[in-house]
Design a protein around this ligand. Structure first.
Ligand SMILES: NC(=O)c1ccc[n+]([C@@H]2O[C@H](COP(=O)([O-])OP(=O)(O)OC[C@H]3O[C@@H](n4cnc5c(N)ncnc54)[C@H](O)[C@@H]3O)[C@@H](O)[C@H]2O)c1
Length: 258
């Protein structure tokens, strides 16, 4: 699916996308790059990230915007902070942050240890706060910005089998509203983008069974496949000046899961 909208306010800005090497993140990187936004993205997967950069450069030969991949493990907050500083030096002050990276591994609540719990929240929640903290000075200096935190419909829909993940995703909605209050006076908007069940390659390989497809058919009001581009389309809107009075909200893109 090719996105058709152009947002002039995104041209020439710099966006920082976490977990941009694959899945929804790769679609976000592509969508922003095609807007003429300078894109800095981080991931722990080197090969797919480099392939993405090569593909986007060859498919968009006229695009002059910057596109940089940085290898960074977001669970290491010092690395994350240093990478955000480097990205801003390379591509210009960051005015859009998309906190996208996560890892939805399943875990049995009976067996989770305190160490596993901390690891789970480190990859699903903690970096979102510290990335927001690190981009704040740039956004303040620029007179505004947009922070988009990726949440999840999973816990809204009462999904079990991954309490560390669902707790993190629930906390992100609280984080969004708290930061929106704190940063609002600086015209920095903070929203949660809440995807439903998105048919990324990883989801299709790991979790989408025939039974799951039946659940999707039952759950979604619009029975089409939800794709990464549907999420990116909302992210572009939330990043652009067209959503200038939208903050502290959840924006749900789930095909109407009821
Ligand atoms: N796909 C879905 O159905 C779905 C549903 C609801 C919410 N979401 C949310 O959308 C976002 C993207 O989901 P996705 O399905 O594309 O996820 P994904 O697991 O397919 O991709 C996440 C990316 O983050 C990267 N990453 C993981 N750990 C990292 C680390 N420590 N440091 C740096 N990068 C790391 C991965 O390498 C990967 O490229 C997540 O926040 C997820 O919770 C997805």
């Amino acid at each position: 699916m090719k996105l058709s909208n152009q947002y002039p306010s995104l041209k020439g800005k710099t966006v920082f996308v976490s977990g941009g090497g694959s899945g929804i993140g790769a679609s976000l990187v592509e969508a922003f790059f095609q807007q003429g936004t300078n894109v800095a993205f981080v991931d722990i997967q080197q090969a797919p990230a480099e392939e993405l950069v090569a593909r986007l450069r060859s498919e968009n030969p006229d695009q002059t915007a910057g596109l940089n991949f940085y290898h960074c493990d977001l669970t290491e907050i010092d690395q994350l902070r240093a990478t955000i500083e480097q990205a801003a030096q390379d591509l210009g002050p960051i005015s859009v942050l998309v906190n996208n990276a996560a890892n939805d591994t399943r875990h049995d609540f009976r067996e989770v240890t305190p160490e596993q719990w901390d690891k789970c929240t480190a990859v699903n929640l903690r970096h979102q706060f510290f990335a927001a903290q690190a981009v704040y000075p740039f956004m303040k200096e620029l007179g505004g910005g947009s922070i988009i935190n990726l949440g999840s419909m999973s816990w809204h829909a009462g999904q079990g089998g991954m309490p560390g993940y669902t707790s993190s995703k629930a906390a992100i909605e609280g984080l969004t509203r708290g930061l929106a209050r704190d940063m609002g006076p600086d015209h920095i908007r903070v929203n949660t983008l809440v995807p439903g069940w998105v048919m990324t390659e990883k989801q299709l390989t790991h979790w989408v069974t025939d039974e799951a497809l039946k659940d999707i058919e039952r759950g979604q009001s619009i029975n089409d496949r939800l794709m990464p581009e549907h999420i990116s389309a909302m992210a572009l809107f939330l990043a652009s000046d067209d959503s200038s009075m939208c903050t502290a909200q959840n924006f749900i893109v789930d095909g109407g899961w009821i």
